[in-house]
Design a protein around this ligand. Structure first.
Ligand code: FES
Length: 225
């Protein structure tokens, strides 16, 4: 897990502002929360800012804090805690977040990180020469049953081998990331067992609520004779 600090000053822009569309969206989002609870909008606002500019800058943090009437330190705490917020510029075509927590580590995440080091940069959170790719190690992303896995922007790619990750990185670099299926990269449906179901394999005839009720009533009538 890398230390999460704001980017150096040389990366920081002079200011931040939402564009017109995002400003209207931000105002509407803030209004969803009860009076006095507007600070609850901090995560959606930071995420929208990141989607607009690609990462969360120091001026972004101050801008969102001012919008929500929060101390800067409170917004900084949120931005530095959650790894979905990027605190320095990341690859424009893909930022690969490799889960390195125990289940993924036991299933080969260290080999996935070797692929990232080879294909992108030896150090996490550093971009490749063209600025299109970057990577980092993150903590559990909640898909342990399909370990090892990576997140690229908002999508998860699971049941990975080093070879499959190389193919995925190549696809994103070629601008064809949207062609890569998300989720399991093997013969697995969602988080079901690999290779098909091992239990609950029989066909189940669904019973509707109304049908079940009348059947019970019929049984009761028959019992009365
Ligand atoms: S340990 Fe990797 S997704 Fe949970």
């Amino acid at each position: 897990m890398s230390v999460r600090r704001l980017a150096e000053d040389k990366f920081q822009p002079a200011s931040f502002a939402f564009n017109e569309e995002n400003a209207a969206w931000a105002e509407a989002t803030i209004r969803k929360y009860p009076e006095g609870r507007q600070q609850s909008a901090v995560i959606p606002l930071l995420m929208r800012a990141q989607e607009q500019d690609g990462w969360v800058t120091k001026p972004t943090i101050e801008f969102v804090a001012d919008m929500l009437d929060m101390p800067y330190i409170r917004v900084l705490e949120v931005a530095t805690f959650y790894t979905q917020f990027q605190l320095k510029p990341v690859g424009t075509k893909a930022h690969i977040q490799v889960c390195g927590t125990t289940p993924c580590m036991l299933r080969g995440s260290e080999e996935l990180m070797k692929v990232c080091k080879k294909k992108i940069h030896a150090e996490p959170l550093e971009r490749n020469e063209s600025g299109t790719l970057s990577w980092e190690e993150v903590e559990c992303q909640g898909a342990c049953v399909n370990a090892p896995m990576v997140i690229i922007f908002k999508d998860a790619y699971e049941d990975l081998t080093p070879e499959r990750l190389e193919e995925i990185i190549d696809a994103f670099e070629a601008g064809k990331g949207s062609d890569v299926p998300t989720g399991p990269q093997i013969d697995r449906i969602f988080s079901a067992p690999e290779g098909g179901l091992t239990s609950l394999t029989e066909d189940i005839t669904p019973v509707r609520w109304g049908e079940g009720q009348s059947a019970q009533a019929d049984d009761a009538e028959k019992a009365k004779g």
